[in-house]
Design a protein around this ligand. Structure first.
Ligand SMILES: [Zn+2]
Length: 253
């Protein structure tokens, strides 16, 4: 339960009036501040409010759009707006649910994927994240499935069925926890339903999508990032070894 609560926090952009998950340095619960704000007419009778936010960890600057005239000192402070009858009203945002007041963020993905993961896969996962944030679950599911297929392709997987390909991948990456691949198999379970049945299909629920996207990200990290980091750690350790030092000294002499 505790872990779930934490991952729920990690999926948020704004955690409260002071901290957020930075999309640039990927640090969680880091302090941010609102640097600037502006408004413009989205259409003839719809105004949009923009906020420029800065991370106190890396100085990265992001853009956030809202349909609400949020307080530009702090998002959690109450703001003034005109109600349906044109009367001035006040609203105090829910401090622990600030994301719901925004409809657009740039950078879009607060969980920026490591650059060692192939670009095409990163883009699809980021698109899935973006759709999810707008609550477009059909688009989110589609992009995530596509990302998974690209991943299999990029890995040069063999096997006729999706399940066989995942099994092959599981053998190839024997150091990665097998539970991840079992979870990936489930993605196809839902996909085939959609592809092979004409009847209405249930799009993934938010919870299902959140679980699957977290799984895909974890697998990508395990496959593309972890081995590389292990290698460079090993290189560093070997460099510190006594033999290496001796040979360097003898070379100098
Ligand atoms: Zn940052």
């Amino acid at each position: 339960m505790d872990i779930n609560d934490k991952s729920e926090l990690n999926r948020k952009y704004f955690l409260d009036g002071d901290t957020y998950n930075c999309p640039f340095c990927n640090r969680h619960s880091i302090v941010y501040s609102i640097r600037d704000s502006f408004s413009f007419d989205w259409s003839k009778n719809k105004a949009v409010y923009g906020y420029i936010v800065m991370c106190h960890g890396c100085n990265g600057i992001s853009l956030h759009l809202s349909y609400h005239p949020l307080n530009s000192d702090k998002f959690t402070l109450s703001f003034e707006f005109r109600d349906k009858d044109g009367k001035l009203a006040h609203h105090k945002p829910e401090a622990d649910n600030l994301d719901k007041y925004f409809f657009y963020h740039q950078p879009d993905s607060f969980f920026t994927l490591d650059e060692r993961i192939p670009k095409i896969i990163r883009e699809l996962v980021s698109e899935a994240d973006g759709c999810r944030r707008m609550n477009w679950l059909v688009g989110a599911s589609g992009a995530l499935r596509k990302a998974t297929y690209k991943f299999l392709q990029e890995q040069g997987s063999t096997g006729n069925s999706y399940e066989e390909q995942i099994k092959w991948l599981k053998t190839k990456h024997s150091l990665v926890a097998s539970e991840y691949f079992d979870a990936l198999s489930n993605i196809q379970g839902m996909t085939s339903e959609e592809l092979h049945e004409d009847k209405d299909w249930e799009p993934w629920t938010r919870e299902e999508f959140d679980f699957l996207v977290a799984t895909v990200k974890a697998v990508l990290h395990e496959v593309y990032v972890v081995p590389d980091e292990r290698k460079s750690m090993l290189a560093k350790v070997l460099y510190l070894g006594p033999e290496k030092k001796n040979s360097q000294t003898s070379q100098k002499a």
